[in-house]
Design a protein around this ligand. Structure first.
Ligand code: DAT
Ligand code: MG
Length: 153
């Protein structure tokens, strides 16, 4: 089975609200394999690099303030079509528009507090770029999960 890795991060609001386990539960139940995870706090340099594509937007400063305001739970998930599937599970950027059943649609109300980040599947290479920004090679684990042949045909 052809799988790929994607970068996912529970933002400071999700951590403060105790949503880490619930969110991780959804990804594990879906069949995505954890290959990296860490609890950390972003410094401004990392936050600005992570959100570089938005540096000219008027919300950039507030976004960097927010994402550095408390700890996050960062992870790398592996699976078939993982980047796009995680985005589908997250829902629309604005929780007010996200469908119920999605993470943002179930846990959020406000655009600036949307609980979770996932690599953009429409931005080629965003997943690899973000994984490299947040994780050293030796922090990622190659392993076979026993449910592989039951999850994939
Ligand atoms: P996503 O996080 O769904 O990839 P994005 O890359 O367009 O969305 O924006 C990054 C984050 O910036 C987003 O999760 C919330 C914040 N944001 C986006 N648009 C915003 C806006 N118009 N006003 C305030 N914050 C915004
Ligand atoms: Mg984005």
């Amino acid at each position: 089975t052809e799988t790929e890795r994607t970068f996912v991060m529970v933002k400071p609001d999700g951590v403060q609200r105790g949503l880490v386990s619930d969110i991780l539960d959804r990804f594990e139940n879906r069949g995505l394999k954890i290959v990296g995870a860490k609890f950390m706090r972003l410094d401004r340099e990392l936050a600005e690099a992570h959100y570089a594509e938005h540096e000219d937007k008027e919300f950039f400063e507030g976004l960097v303030d927010f994402i550095t305001s408390g700890p996050v739970f960062a992870m790398v998930l592996d699976g078939q079509d993982a980047t796009r599937q995680v985005r589908r599970m997250m829902g629309a950027t604005d929780p007010a528009e996200a469908e119920p059943g999605t993470i943002r649609g179930d846990f959020g109300l406000d655009l600036g507090r949307n609980v979770i980040h996932g690599s953009d599947h429409e931005d080629e290479g965003a997943n690899a770029r973000e994984i490299e920004l947040f994780f050293d090679d030796d922090e990622l684990v190659d392993w076979d999960k026993i449910d592989g042949s039951w999850l994939y045909e």
